[in-house]
Design a protein around this ligand. Structure first.
Ligand SMILES: Cc1cc2nc3c(=O)[nH]c(=O)nc-3n(C[C@H](O)[C@H](O)[C@H](O)COP(=O)(O)OP(=O)(O)OC[C@H]3O[C@@H](n4cnc5c(N)ncnc54)[C@H](O)[C@@H]3O)c2cc1C
Length: 393
């Protein structure tokens, strides 16, 4: 039997649930929506961090905040206050729980677990047909948030951000719970950008992640050795026990090539423009998109995908990534310069898609000009055309 509804969301992760939650706010004005999620149940599989202080609804979901952060290179260390725009954390288990609570209360939104969408989704008589083991569903509109598999032929980010993290509990007090260690470049080499990211929850407990920016995505096994070495160095012999792990692969600088000819079917989420090219941060962008998309849908219009960033941001991100790609040896110096010379409020605005022209100019002025000018001279077709120079993958 085929079930019919107004809108189907494929994938109930961050993007699918964010859209579901925002649609629920519209009550009866929301289209009848079915979220099809492949998983049997949600687990605490990831930790989302972002800069707060901008009054976004999603900030209310945060369970931890840091009012200062540090950047460390082989030569220097800087700690900056960020009280006005604290670094906030949302544990995915809390997000999933909150979303399920909101969706359960809604008469218009339904979440169906264990519904792995398979096969091609074809349109017949104005309705998209979606097949799952739990049944066949049809709707005139689709929002597809299923992540594209990395390395598909049509998907070429400039760089990949791959990371492996673990919650660590130490026997001695070695963390500062007020300070997020955003980048510690110990272990970085001229060939690759590697750093440790530490989110301390208490003096003895932290999420510790080894992160690589590189031209290929890395699986957890690839990151194991670097992770071990960085943790050893950071803990300096302090005994510890290991807890929950997480692994992620985020695209950095993927062109938006997901435009579908039919406006009744759109792609959204991490691999469809949800990630900020220069940082891979996606949580806040996805939330903002979901608010806008819900508003559009509640007024009877077709769904929207992620909007392109303004030209200046696209160009700055593309240039920054191209410098990182060509000169990975410069990464520690570039990030240190950015975070130490620019006021943390401006950096937070820039990272959160809220930068004005003055913020952009201040950020450009903080960076050493030579590598950027030489990259600009080599590259005519910014943004994100490096793959042309590499001859594609
Ligand atoms: C470990 C980790 C940490 C991260 N940390 C941060 C961070 O600190 N800050 C930040 O801004 N971003 C972060 N990100 C990036 C980004 O915010 C997340 O990846 C986010 O979950 C992306 O949302 P999404 O909805 O696009 O994808 P997902 O949340 O992965 O959701 C996709 C959903 O689709 C479902 N699905 C897939 N295929 C099918 C199918 N065939 N049928 C039905 N369902 C299907 C999946 O089960 C999943 O639930 C992190 C990512 C990871 C992996």
């Amino acid at each position: 039997m085929t079930h019919q509804t107004d809108l189907i969301i494929l994938g109930g992760g961050c993007a699918g649930l964010s859209l579901g939650m925002n649609l629920a706010n519209y009550g009866e004005a929301s289209p009848r929506t079915l979220i099809l999620e492949g998983r049997k149940e949600y687990t605490n599989d990831r930790t989302w961090c972002f800069w707060g202080g901008f009054g976004s609804e999603s900030e209310k979901l945060s369970t931890h905040r840091w009012e200062s952060f540090s950047i460390t290179t082989a030569k220097d260390r800087i700690t900056r206050r960020c009280k006005d725009n604290p670094y906030l954390m949302v544990a995915s288990k809390d997000f999933y729980q909150s979303a399920q609570g909101v969706i359960t209360q809604s008469s218009q939104i339904h979440l169906k677990m264990e519904s792995i969408v398979s096969g091609e989704i074809l349109k017949r008589d104005g309705y998209w047909q979606v097949e799952t083991p739990t049944g066949v569903y049809k709707a005139p509109r689709i929002v597809d948030t299923r992540p594209k598999v990395p390395k598909l032929n049509d998907f070429h980010p400039l760089l990949w951000q791959s990371f492996l993290g673990e919650e660590i509990t130490t026997e001695e007090e070695i963390f500062d719970p007020g300070c997020a260690e955003l980048m510690d470049f110990w272990g970085s080499s001229p060939e690759r950008i590697l750093f440790l990211y530490v989110l301390p929850f208490s003096k003895k407990k932290a999420l510790v992640e080894a992160t690589v920016f590189g031209p290929e995505p890395l699986n957890a096994g690839d990151l194991e050795a670097s992770f071990g070495a960085l943790v050893k160095q950071r803990l300096q012999g302090c005994p510890y026990s290991s807890g929950r792990r997480e692994h992620g692969i985020l695209p950095m600088g993927a062109p938006l090539e997901n435009r579908q000819k039919d406006p009744s079917y759109v792609h959204a989420g991490l691999m469809a423009g949800g990630a900020r090219p220069s940082s891979g941060y996606a949580f806040q962008r996805i939330w903002k998109w979901s608010q806008e998309c819900a508003m559009v849908l509640a007024t009877g219009r077709p769904p929207i995908s992620h909007a392109q960033d303004p030209f200046i941001i696209r160009t700055m991100d593309a240039l920054f990534l191209q410098v990182l790609y060509s000169r990975p040896d410069l990464a520690p110096e570039l990030f240190f310069s950015l975070f130490s010379k620019v006021d943390s409020v401006r950096v937070a605005r820039f990272m959160s898609d809220r930068a004005g022209l003055a913020d952009c100019l201040r950020i450009m002025a903080s960076l050493p000009p030579v590598p950027f000018l030489s990259e600009l001279a080599k590259t005519i077709g910014l943004p994100y055309d490096l793959k042309k120079r590499r001859g594609g993958r």
